[in-house]
Design a binder for this molecule. Structure first.
Ligand code: BTN
Length: 251
């Protein structure tokens, strides 16, 4: 079987000094985009995070980058994709010489046990036909500036790292790696990433709690299933969960 090439070799980069949000920009222009096109801004006035949170985006401090990708067979094809994006991010950072990386399911990137980068995937389109995907990535480069509401957890950045990369080098490397990994994902599915996931999963084998709305589920993290759902060993046996916020169970 010959692999189907979804993105062209050459992709575009839309660069802005300032935007409300790089995700919002690409979502507004999906009809004119090709898979692999990216958008970067030095500052976001309305950066978006997961779960409706803001992504505080001060000028020039961090990388704010989004990539467009088209799924020909609709949203169902996207299940597990956020884990692939996390694997791609870790790969790029590792290749640039950054160690001690891990991923908190589904796609928070941690450096030395503190959050370094976040991923927000947004979609437009119908459930069972062509679907437009925007993969937004925020990486902390230097946290020296005020971070507004970034106080809810411990954050890390790359400023003290001897391998601290140039922002543009990072964006170019990310674009390249994401294109490779998304092609693989489309051709071979999540199974092609299970080993890579296992190597970066920071909660594997640990006692965790999963918050889903008002529900708290306790269990031991047993990795992921073939759809990307997190597997928890609970008092009801091994159960897959597709959503929720996971954290370590203290005490
Ligand atoms: C998270 O909450 O962890 C995800 C944060 C994603 C932030 C990035 S920055 C570039 C892109 N544009 C946005 O508005 N958000 C994403």
């Amino acid at each position: 079987n010959e692999a189907k090439l979804t993105s062209s070799i050459l992709s575009r980069c839309f660069y802005f000094d300032e935007l409300p949000s790089t995700n919002a920009f690409l979502l507004k222009h999906v009809e004119e985009l090709s898979s692999g096109d990216i958008c970067i801004a030095e500052y976001q006035s309305a950066g978006r995070g997961r779960r409706g949170r803001n992504w505080v985006s001060p000028y020039g401090c961090h990388l704010y980058c989004s990539m467009y990708w088209k799924l020909e067979q609709g949203m169902a094809q996207a299940s597990g994709l956020s884990l692939v994006v996390a694997c791609a991010l870790v790969e790029v950072l590792k290749c640039l010489g950054i160690d001690d990386l891990g991923v908190k399911w589904p796609n928070d990137i941690y450096l030395n046990n503190k959050k370094l980068a976040g991923v927000l995937i947004e979609m437009s389109g119908q459930p069972d036909s062509e679907c437009h995907l925007v993969i937004g990535i925020g990486i902390n480069i230097s946290m020296s500036h005020a971070q507004g509401d970034k106080i809810d957890q411990a954050w890390s950045d790359l400023s003290d790292n001897p391998s601290c990369p140039e922002k543009t080098d990072l964006a170019v490397a990310l674009q390249k790696q994401l294109k490779i990994d998304l092609e693989t994902f489309q051709n071979d599915g999540l199974t092609a990433f299970l080993e890579r996931w296992k190597a970066v999963d920071i909660f594997f084998g640990k006692q965790v709690k999963l918050l889903m709305g008002d529900n708290e589920i306790n269990g031991i993290c047993k990795g992921i299933d073939s759809t990307g759902a997190i597997l928890l060993e609970t008092d009801k046996g091994l159960v897959p969960f597709v959503g929720g916020e996971i954290s370590l169970r203290s005490g």
